[in-house]
Design a protein around this ligand. Sequence first.
Ligand code: C2G
Length: 134
Amino acid sequence: MMEMKRVITYGTFDLLHYGHINLLKNAKKLGDYLIVALSTDEFNWKEKHKKSYFSYEKRKSLLEAIRYVDLVIPETCWEQKERDIIEYKIDIFVMGDDWAGKFDYLKDKCEVIYLPRTPEISTTQIKNDLKTSG
Ligand code: C2G
């Protein structure tokens, strides 16, 4: 019986949009089981200096409703990736290519794949458009 390929990806996924869905869909295609490590509100604020519109709990429930997502765990710090890869027996680490190269240090633990971002859509873009459209 073929071993299940386990994939993990990380992010804030605030104001969930089709760019996020494309990423999750393509990440799932790489294996059989997709874990999303979701940035907590505190991690967002302290480490990414961004305040998510939706709380962690709301962002988590949105992700859990996506057919490609099998498990959502909290992302509380930058350094947890190596532990997560071991603890969850990860085969493939995936991020959008805005992060290209940034996580190559994980290559000794699992495959590292950067997927193309979906152009023209971002949470910042949505917020700006809403501001100008009034
Ligand atoms: N993404 C995408 N296309 C977009 C927007 C986002 O493919 N138009 C991808 C990003 O490349 C990322 C994922 O969707 O892989 C989640 O995006 P964010 O929530 O912006 O993630 P980020 O804040 O970059 O957090 O430790 C890693 C960080 O938690 C990554």
